[in-house]
Design a protein around this ligand. Structure first.
Ligand code: ZN
Length: 462
């Protein structure tokens, strides 16, 4: 046999360990991992000496094209490719009418899935979709079977904004989710408390961006999480808490996992690597919801990633431009930050270099766990037979992050000027090189829609 590619002399990182090994790729999948003598001949050999050979990052929380993002699939997934992200899960929003809507009329969830699949034809990396229920219309329940058949096996709900669902309706959704054995994905902030606090800050004229965290404090996130997790548990639904920011909310997930309930959660790169002082330094550019928290909350994110209460690190990538962000009052700013291109180098630098976490930990929280949590077949590992989604990463290269390098339409970075050690050198998706030393070399359209299975959740606390 002659393989398409052998990656030689690198250090292979699995979810469990590091090994000095070569890796062969054939026909888009990993054909072998082992000693050089055991490798087949190959059309091409890439020398990875001094580099880590890791599974590509699987980011289960991105906003690309469609809603809440100026990025097209081409720009958003180019940023991903340069950052070592080889698959992502984006959102298919049930169209609604309202101040925050971009639609003229209401639409169904199935239409949203079809719309996003079409947009994704320009993707460089593989992508899946979460469905988002934005309205309290029980007609959506009749669509779930068809949505699942389309490969969409998770449903997102909000507790805040005009698309926030009442507890009563959410309770019904959890029952449906349990019945279909799919995953509930929750954005939790108590809307009425956040609205009340925001109005009070406006009245006080507290318009400096450093006031923003007071509008959406940690306890509002924890309160709403507690309600939602409790309903999910009563219904027997798989529950995934997105963008967990603080100790109080992570402790809720931790408490509900104690009895083996199917409760999981993520934090985002920025909640683990920045704190609320960023609003002093960067103003509204750093605004997202929920807000950045305290240094103690950052530490809590790592404690709970370590003990398993949190098991995934995502980006919540949202591409706005300075013009959208830099407005007079923080409450008029567009919420969301971009980080697909920087998530791996920034989180690596913080977790491995600064806090002493291992490379297998990095691979688990950024690749293996998100793939298993959301039923992405063949992603998140380097096991033979799985997709050859591979990152070559130089752990010793030092560089300074600058938005001048952004492939995203977003023209700023919340990590601007940050010195990091560790850089993405090459990114392969299904065996094809799509990013090489800071340049995009793949073609838009190489990415494929990932038809996701119903995930099988093993207990995540052993
Ligand atoms: Zn998001």
């Amino acid at each position: 046999m002659t393989a398409d590619l052998v990656i030689s002399d690198g250090t292979v990182v699995t979810p469990e360990r590091l090994l000095e090994a070569d890796l062969a790729v054939d026909d888009g999948v990993i054909a072998a991992v082992g000693d050089a003598e055991t490798m087949p001949d190959a059309e091409e050999v890439v020398d990875a000496s001094g580099q880590l050979v890791m599974p590509g990052v699987v980011d289960p929380h991105v906003h690309i094209d469609g809603y809440l993002s100026n990025d097209t699939y081409e720009t958003g997934t180019s940023a991903a490719a340069l950052g070592g992200v080889t698959s992502c899960v984006n959102f298919a929003w049930e169209a609604w009418i309202g101040d925050l809507s971009v639609w003229e009329e209401e639409g169904t969830l199935l239409e949203a899935v079809e719309r996003q699949k079409r947009k994704g034809e320009e993707s460089l990396i593989d992508f899946g979709l979460h469905g988002v229920i934005t309205r309290e219309d029980p007609a959506v329940f009749d669509e779930l079977e068809a949505v699942i058949r389309e490969g969409v096996t998770s449903i997102k709900m909000f507790t805040a904004y005009e698309i926030g669902l009442s507890n009563g309706f959410m309770d019904r959704v959890f029952e449906e989710i349990a019945e279909h054995d799919i995953v509930a994905v929750l954005h939790t902030e108590d809307a009425s408390v956040c609205n009340h606090l925001t109005e009070r800050l406006k009245t006080e004229g507290a318009n400096h961006p450093s006031e923003y965290p007071r509008a959406r404090p940690d306890y509002t996130e924890a309160m709403a999480a507690e309600d939602a997790v409790r309903m999910a548990q009563e219904a027997g639904a798989k529950y995934y808490g997105i963008h967990t920011t603080c100790k109080k909310a992570a402790d809720v997930l931790d408490d509900f996992q104690a009895d083996g309930s199917e409760v999981r959660g993520e934090t985002c790169t920025h909640y683990a690597t920045l704190d609320e002082s960023a609003y002093d330094e960067q103003g509204t550019l750093a605004i997202q919801a929920p807000p950045l928290r305290t240094p103690a909350d950052r530490d809590a994110m790592f404690e709970h990633l370590h003990d398993g209460a949190l098991s995934v690190v995502s980006t919540d990538h949202v591409a706005f431009e300075r013009a959208d962000k830099e407005v007079e009052h923080w409450w008029d700013s567009s919420f969301g930050v971009n980080s697909l291109q920087t998530t791996l180098p920034v989180f690596h630098d913080e977790a491995v270099n600064d806090r002493g976490f291992s490379y297998p930990f990095l691979v688990r929280v950024m690749s293996t766990n998100p793939a298993r949590t959301f039923g992405l077949p063949g992603k998140g590992t380097l096991e033979p037979g799985t997709d050859a989604d591979i990152v070559l990463f130089d752990p010793d290269e030092e560089y300074t992050i600058s938005a001048a390098d952004n492939a995203s339409i977003a023209d700023y970075s919340i990590y601007e000027g940050r010195d990091v050690t560790g850089q993405v050198k090459k990114t392969f998706v299904r065996g094809e090189l799509i990013a090489d030393d800071g340049e995009i070399v793949g073609d838009p359209g190489h990415g494929e829609f990932i038809h996701r299975d119903r995930p099988d959740w093993e207990p995540n606390r052993q």
